[in-house]
Write a protein that binds this ligand. Structure first.
Ligand code: KMT
Ligand code: NI
Length: 149
């Protein structure tokens, strides 16, 4: 079961820490925000979903200290970019292939963040126009596929 909860807003703590306020969030709650979660076993299932929703582009990102030749400042610079709250013009899909990460989804109704922890096989469909941000966990590694319309 994917882990989702209300972010604790303790900005003095590294964003890669869990920041779990203790208030759990259900998949139904995520769906109310427009975000769909699925666990997909393999690449064929991802390809089928992508075809059904008319996705045409994709890439695979690998984010870890090694990606940046162990230059911690370069990694942090990249993470700071991903952690900037932003929206996309189109729906996008994120599929975790290895490692783990946190997607924070803005709950604009209550002015708070919902944090979703993704690990291998977890997939999120993020609709257009939803504020979100991303970070690694303290494991400091994710390999993820990004799918674009
Ligand atoms: C996004 O849309 O926020 C991202 O692509 C973050 C990196 S995907 C692991
Ligand atoms: Ni994004």
């Amino acid at each position: 079961m994917v882990e989702a909860y209300i972010f604790d807003d303790r900005d003095e703590v590294d964003f890669r820490e869990p920041h779990n306020s203790g208030e759990a969030v259900t998949l139904e709650y995520l769906a109310e925000l427009g975000v769909i979660y699925k666990f997909l076993e393999n690449q064929d299932e991802v390809d089928s979903l992508a075809a059904a929703r008319d996705y045409k582009n994709r890439d695979v990102v690998n984010i870890s200290p090694l990606t940046f030749q162990n230059d911690e400042d370069a990694l942090l610079a990249k993470l700071n970019v991903f952690y900037q709250e932003h929206i996309h013009e189109d729906e996008e899909i994120r599929y975790c292939l290895d490692g783990e990460g946190y997607f924070d989804i803005r709950d604009s109704r209550l002015d708070r963040w919902v944090r979703v922890k993704v690990t291998n096989g977890d997939l999120l469909i993020v609709p257009a126009g939803i504020y979100h941000r991303f970070t690694l966990t303290t494991q400091n590694y994710i390999k993820a596929m990004r799918l674009f319309k």
